[in-house]
Design a protein around this ligand. Structure first.
Ligand code: NDP
Length: 340
């Protein structure tokens, strides 16, 4: 189901105190948007540091996380997923009371039972499909970040009305709120993007770079063509506006023919090296490991061990020739200044 502007009624939030726990990327953006939408009783819970000061500067009453949790009826839990289980145990759970609403922006911890809320509260998710700064910037120009809505526990019987009101308040009905059946669907979609799609795209980019370098192309040239010119980013933007096939006329006919004929070669299994089915099999394995919790266990274990693989791999790729050349090129061409 898609919910738009006419949906959602903010009056279900009347007389309720909304606490935004975690005043970071999402927390700040969502709190400011809600206030501008007319939600009256918003307080902030953050550990005592610059973010808490920022919240006060922005004109909010700011408390410690446990104090805010204690005062609120509706809690936005917007600290990073990795720290949520511990923060929840120590600062949130002891203060939850019957009829409270716990709102997540990500399905991860509920999906993998790393957080198990009491049965006598509503557990909902309004998950923006956008980074925090954009959640705010879009709102300020009269637009909004689209969100997923999911209901995990509906103790009050009104969880969906509350979720829609919160989604409206952060600006999401301006573009659209899509209701999905479970937190797990959001988790899978998110993780499959990260673990299935992006690794394939980035490997393909590395392969293109290496092949061109071997042909004598200077690294800066290969990298500009690949992504530093922003042409690729621009094409993806046009796909969102006009569609994958719809944006094709922006390219030359040679380009269009080359693209569509080779897309079809992979689709039809006519390429001898790799097929669409191989790509789908790789993705399918990632999805299985996401679904059966194998990835979540691997990642929990990695955190407990002090991130050895995480650090080793960052080191490995930061020290690769391509990334060294990339950093050099970004500096030499002054690309890190925002060109837009
Ligand atoms: P941030 O990294 O911006 O951190 C949010 C807040 O958490 C900050 O206020 C930070 O406090 C606090 N925090 C960090 N570590 C700790 C800790 N150990 N103990 C107590 N507080 C801590 O998070 P995001 O806003 O990116 O993410 C919040 C939620 O939103 C997550 O569930 C995420 O999955 C979801 N989300 C994020 C998106 C994104 O693009 N970033 C998109 C959609 C959803 P301080 O400022 O004091 O360090």
């Amino acid at each position: 189901t898609l919910f738009k502007n006419q949906d959602g009624d903010l009056s279900v939030l009347d007389d309720r105190t909304v606490a935004v726990i975690g005043y970071g990327n999402q927390g700040r953006a969502q709190a400011l948007n809600m206030r501008d939408s007319g939600v009256e009783n918003i307080i902030i819970g953050n550990r005592g540091d610059s973010s808490k000061e920022q919240a006060k500067k922005d004109g909010f009453e700011a408390y410690s996380m446990d104090q805010a949790a204690n005062k609120a009826d509706i809690l936005f839990f917007l600290v990073p997923d990795e720290v949520q289980p511990q923060v929840y145990k120590e600062k949130i759970e002891p203060y939850l009371k019957e009829g409270d609403v716990l709102n997540f922006a990500s399905g991860y911890n509920i999906t993998y039972n790393l957080i198990t809320p009491p049965e006598n509260i509503d557990v909902i998710m309004i998950a923006p499909r956008m980074i925090g700064t954009m959640v705010r910037e879009l709102y300020e120009v009269g637009d909004g970040a689209p969100s997923f809505l999911a209901i995990n526990q509906n103790y009050s019987g009104k969880a969906k009305d509350i979720g829609l009101a919160l989604g409206k308040a952060i600006g999401s009905t301006r573009s659209g709120i899509i209701e999905i059946d479970s937190f797990a669907l959001e988790t899978k979609s998110d993780l499959l993007m990260e673990q299935g799609l992006i690794p394939i795209i980035l490997n393909a980019m590395i392969a293109k770079y290496e092949l061109e370098i071997a042909e004598g192309m200077p690294p800066a040239g290969a990298l500009l063509e690949l992504y530093l010119s922003r042409e690729l980013g621009y094409i993806f933007e046009k796909m969102a506006e006009q569609g994958i096939i719809g944006q094709m006329p922006l390219h030359s006919q040679t380009s269009q023919y080359g693209q569509i004929s080779r897309i079809d070669e992979l689709q039809e299994g006519e390429a001898e090296e790799v097929s669409y089915n191989d790509i789908k099999k790789f993705m399918g394995r990632q999805l299985r490991n996401i679904g059966n919790g194998k990835f979540a266990r691997e990642w929990s274990n990695e955190q407990q061990m002090g991130y050895p693989v995480f650090h080793r791999l960052f080191e490995k790729y930061n020290n690769s020739e391509m990334i060294k050349e990339e950093q050099k090129t970004i500096k030499e061409l002054g690309l890190s200044n925002d060109l837009t």
